[in-house]
Design a protein around this ligand. Structure first.
Ligand code: PLP
Length: 397
C-alpha cells in the first residue's frame, strides 16, 4: 500500500505495507517431489534414524561440496559446535576465543563446555575477527579458537587457522553463514581443525533443523560420530562422553533436496541482492554491504549500514519497519560481551565492536522475498527519509 501521508504509516495506525510479514529467514523451499523421492527411500527401508541412507548420502555430498575429507551430520549446528570443541579443546585450559559481534547465543557454547569466553575484537571494515585480533586474545589459558565468519563475506580463514596452528591451539570455524563461499585459500569447509554449519530452515541449506561438521582429521571425525550417538560403539561399548545429537532421515531428505536446488537458489539470491543494490544506491544514508564477487558467494544476507545521512535512529527505523510487517533486525546488537550472562566470562572493552553494533540493519531476504517486496521496502525507506521530521514531531510526547 503506497504511503502518501505520515498518517499512512502503520506506526500511526495506517495500513501495513506488508500484510504477510517479510523476514530475514531464508526458508528455501525445494521441489516437494524431490523431497518426497528422497523420503520414499528411508520410508521403504524403514530406516528412520541412526545413520540412515539419506544421512550418509548427505554427508558424502557435503564433504565433496566443501572439498573436505569428512562430514558428520548433527541434529543442529549448536551441538555440532559444542561437541567439536569438546573433542578438541586443550585439556586443563579455561578460555575460548570468540568474536562478540556474532550470533546472539554463541557464547552459551562456552558455558556448556565449562569454559570461559574471551571476546575478540573485529576489523571495522570487514566486521570480522582477524589474525591480529585473535593473536591479541591468546594466552596460556587458551583452550581453543572459535572463529565465526561474519554474515557478508568471510574472515581470513587461512590466516586465522595459521595463528592457531603456530600457537598449538585448535581452531574451529563457525561457518554457519558461509556454506557456499570460498576465500583465497580455498573453499569454506576445509580450514582449521574443523568447520561447523547449520541446516536450520533460516539458513542457506534448509534441513528444517540440523547441522554438520567438516574436517580433514579422520580421528576427529570418528570421535564426533560416536559423540553424537550417546558415545556408543556397536551395541553397548561406551568410548566417549556423548549425547543424542543425531540427524534423522526427514531432515537429511530436505537438506538433500535443497542441495539439489542450491545453484538456482544462489541465482535467485543474486537477483534479490542486485535489486536491493540498485534501489539502495538512490537512498543516501543506507549503505549496502557488498558481497565480494571475486570469490564464490551466496548473496544471501542483506545488511545495510545506517550512516550519518540517515535522519532517523536505528531504533525508530526498526519500530517503523516492524509495524509495517518488515521483520528487519539490528545486526548483532547488543554484542555478546554487553549481554547479561548467567555464566562466567572475561569482561572486555571492544570499542570497534561496540561502535559497529549500533550501525547495521539486517533486511529481509530469502525464498519468499520478491523483487516487488524489495521495491516496496525501498519506497518505504524513501518515504521515511522524506518525512523524517514529521515522523519525529508526531512521536513527540
Ligand atoms: C552463526 C551461528 N552459529 C551457530 C548457530 C546455531 O545453529 P543451529 O540453529 O543449527 O543450532 C546459528 C544459528 O542461527 C548461527 O547463526
Amino acid at each position: 500500500m503506497e504511503k502518501r501521508d505520515i498518517g499512512d504509516l502503520a506506526i500511526f495506525n495506517g495500513p501495513r505495507a506488508f500484510l504477510t510479514p517479510i523476514s530475514t529467514s531464508n526458508l528455501p523451499q525445494p521441489d516437494i517431489d524431490n523431497f518426497l523421492a528422497y523420503s520414499r527411500k528411508f520410508y521403504e527401508a524403514k530406516h528412520y534414524t541412526n545413520n540412515g541412507p539419506n544421512v550418509r548420502l548427505l554427508e558424502s555430498r557435503l564433504a565433496q561440496f566443501h572439498q573436505a575429507k569428512h562430514c558428520i551430520a548433527f541434529a543442529n549446528g549448536f551441538w555440532a559446535i559444542v561437541l567439536t570443541l569438546k573433542a578438541l579443546a586443550l585439556p586443563g585450559k579455561t578460555e575460548i576465543v570468540i568474536p562478540s559481534l556474532t550470533y546472539r547465543r554463541l557464547a552459551d557454547i562456552t558455558a556448556w563446555l565449562r569454559l570461559v569466553p574471551r571476546f575478540c575484537e573485529v576489523d571495522e571494515h570487514t566486521l570480522s575477527i582477524t589474525a591480529e585480533t585473535v593473536t591479541n586474545c591468546i594466552n596460556d589459558q587458551t583452550a581453543a579458537i572459535l572463529a565465526a565468519h561474519p554474515i557478508v563475506n568471510c574472515c581470513d580463514a587461512e590466516a586465522i587457522a595459521s595463528v592457531g596452528l603456530r600457537a598449538g591451539i585448535p581452531t574451529v570455524f563457525d561457518s554457519v553463514e558461509s556454506v557456499y563461499e570460498s576465500v583465497a585459500g580455498g573453499k569454506i569447509g576445509s580450514f582449521g581443525n574443523a568447520e561447523c554449519f547449520s541446516l536450520h530452515a533460516s539458513k542457506l541449506v534448509n534441513g528444517f533443523e540440523g547441522g554438520y561438521v567438516t574436517t580433514n582429521d579422520g580421528d576427529l571425525a570418528r570421535r564426533l560420530m560416536h559423540m553424537r550417538g550417546f558415545g556408543f560403539i556397536g551395541q553397548d561399548t561406551i568410548v566417549e562422553l556423548g549425547l543424542n545429537a543425531k540427524l534423522c532421515e526427514p531432515h537429511a531428505c530436505m537438506a538433500l533436496a535443497c542441495l539439489d536446488d542450491l545453484e538456482d537458489q544462489v541465482i535467485r539470491n543474486r537477483m534479490r541482492y542486485y535489486r536491493y543494490r540498485d534501489s539502495l544506491q538512490k537512498i543516501p544514508g543506507l549503505r549496502l554491504l557488498e558481497f565480494d564477487e571475486s570469490n564464490r558467494t551466496s548473496y544471501k544476507n542483506i545488511v545495510v549500514e545506517i550512516t550519518a545521512a540517515w535522519p532517523l535512529s536505528r531504533k525508530l527505523t526498526l519500530e517503523i519497519l516492524h509495524a509495517e510487517g518488515v521483520l528487519a533486525r539490528p545486526y548483532y546488537s547488543p554484542p555478546l560481551h554487553k549481554k547479561n550472562m548467567s555464566y562466567p566470562y572475561i569482561p572486555a572493552e571492544l570499542p570497534v565492536t561496540e561502535q559497529l553494533a549500533d550501525k547495521f540493519l539486517l533486511l529481509p531476504c530469502g525464498h519468499f522475498v520478491t523483487t516487488e517486496d524489495i521495491d516496496r521496502l525501498c519506497d518505504l525507506f524513501v518515504f521515511m527519509q522524506d518525512n523524517a521530521n514529521g515522523i519525529m514531531e508526531q512521536l513527540q510526547p
